[in-house]
Design a protein around this ligand. Structure first.
Ligand SMILES: [Mn+2]
Length: 412
């Protein structure tokens, strides 16, 4: 309708006389209706968002950081930087979310970011122990508002950063126990666990942490170029093995494991054999290309949710073409374009999730923080999707066996 020339020029936003024809002047489509553009609709949606949490944050910043200098016109600017602004300043948490020093308080938040600085499961290039800090650092440039989604995370949900898990660099098994304990604590609190790795070996203890808080069945959607399902690698449970051990858990069946983007020359045959034996679901990049993003997501959701009660997302940053993610341990060409990956992960998240991990960001190999930036995008896009589809908090209903981990005694 908006391109129907017969309907004549639309003039809603044009001054009278603007359509006087000058043959030397380039004319715009006279009947182009910008009100039909998603861009304009998104702008209108912003007008309906609240700003109460932003006002509260600014008042808090003045209380915490002292009122600003007399010469400043904007009286909401404090002397010491507190909260979101300026983006280049401050002690970085993920998205400048509050740091929860006392983890017994994590249940007061809808979602909690957990750093897992561990690269002891790496079989080639290390460095993912710096992943959580790399992602937090570049996440500082984001605002909590997304124009296209029409979502403001600050206004519509509560997010905190619980800091990092105390990993044991020389011992994979002790690290796994620490990770499971931490993730089970956060999941039991009701906050949605959002893990920043770390190498992909953390996938097993993260899923185990959630699985032990519930009698329900969990499916996994796994974005990767690698299959990551052999039993051992180099004699240990390395980053090539998480789904072998996760799908050994009674309530995490392999038939609900959906692996998307797998392919190239780095998929070990040992893993392929296990995937075949356990009947997992594998989509190559060519599958994604032929099906299209919407159909891929629809089929992935169907498989992951079949007789399951919740779905966990594991996003390996190396699922994206290595031209976009130099900062990773096993770079492989031919993966997703960033725009495809973000679209697909959002399409999967819109049905709700019980946890998200983003792994394999290795800042020492990164350029201009672009790999860490994409990891940040995956997390904020998933959060925005959960908010815009009313799925934030949907995981709470599966937590029927919450764990209780003792804190140390009170100190002065
Ligand atoms: Mn991988």
């Amino acid at each position: 309708m908006s391109f129907n020339r017969a309907s004549g020029p639309r003039t809603h936003h044009l001054a009278a006389g603007q359509f006087t024809r000058d043959p030397n002047r380039r004319q715009h489509h006279p009947d182009f209706d910008k009100l039909q553009l998603r861009g304009w609709k998104a702008a209108e949606k912003e007008g309906a968002l609240p700003s109460a949490a932003w006002e509260k944050e600014k008042a808090w910043a003045l209380r915490m950081g002292l009122t600003g200098s007399d010469s400043l016109t904007d009286k909401s600017i404090p002397t010491f930087a507190r909260g979101e602004l300026p983006h280049y300043a401050g002690i970085n948490t993920f998205l400048k979310a509050p740091y929860i020093e006392d983890v017994t308080k994590v249940g007061a938040y809808d979602a909690a970011v957990i750093g897992i600085p561990f690269d002891g499961g790496t079989t080639y290039r290390p460095g993912t122990r710096f992943g959580p800090q790399g992602v937090r650092k570049i996440s500082a440039l984001y605002t909590p508002y997304n124009y296209e989604m029409g979502v403001d995370l600050r206004e519509q949900m509560t997010l905190c950063d619980v800091g990092d898990i105390f990993t044991i660099p020389a011992n994979i098994e002790k690290t796994f126990d620490q990770i499971t304990r931490a993730v089970s604590h956060v999941a039991s609190s009701g906050a949605l666990p959002i893990m920043i790795g770390g190498d992909h070996s953390i996938g097993f203890p993260c899923v185990r942490g959630i699985a032990q808080c519930t009698s329900k069945r969990i499916g996994i959607v796994h974005f990767d170029r690698h299959i990551d399902i052999q039993e051992k690698d180099l004699d240990e449970r390395m980053h090539t093995t998480p789904w072998f051990h996760a799908t050994d858990l009674v309530n995490v069946p392999a038939v609900n494991l959906v692996q998307i983007g797998i392919g190239g020359w780095q998929v070990p045959r040992e893993g392929v054999e296990v995937a075949r034996e356990r009947n997992t679901n594998i989509f190559t990049m060519r599958d994604v290309e032929e099906l299209g993003l919407a159909e891929t997501a629809a089929r992935a959701l169907e498989l992951a949710w079949k007789d399951a009660d919740a779905v966990y997302i594991s996003f390996d940053i190396d699922s994206v073409d290595c031209g976009f993610v130099p900062g990773t341990g096993w770079p492989e060409p031919g993966g997703f374009l960033p725009r495809e990956a973000l679209e697909l992960v959002s399409l999967v998240a819109k049905e709700g999730i019980c946890g998200l991990e983003v792994v394999e960001v290795s800042p020492p190999y990164d350029c201009s923080d672009i790999t860490a930036l994409l990891a940040t995008r995956v997390i904020v896009d998933v959060l925005g999707t959960l908010v815009s589809h009313g799925k934030m908090g949907s995981h709470k209903s599966i937590i029927d066996k919450p764990v209780s981990i003792p804190a140390g005694p009170d100190v002065e």
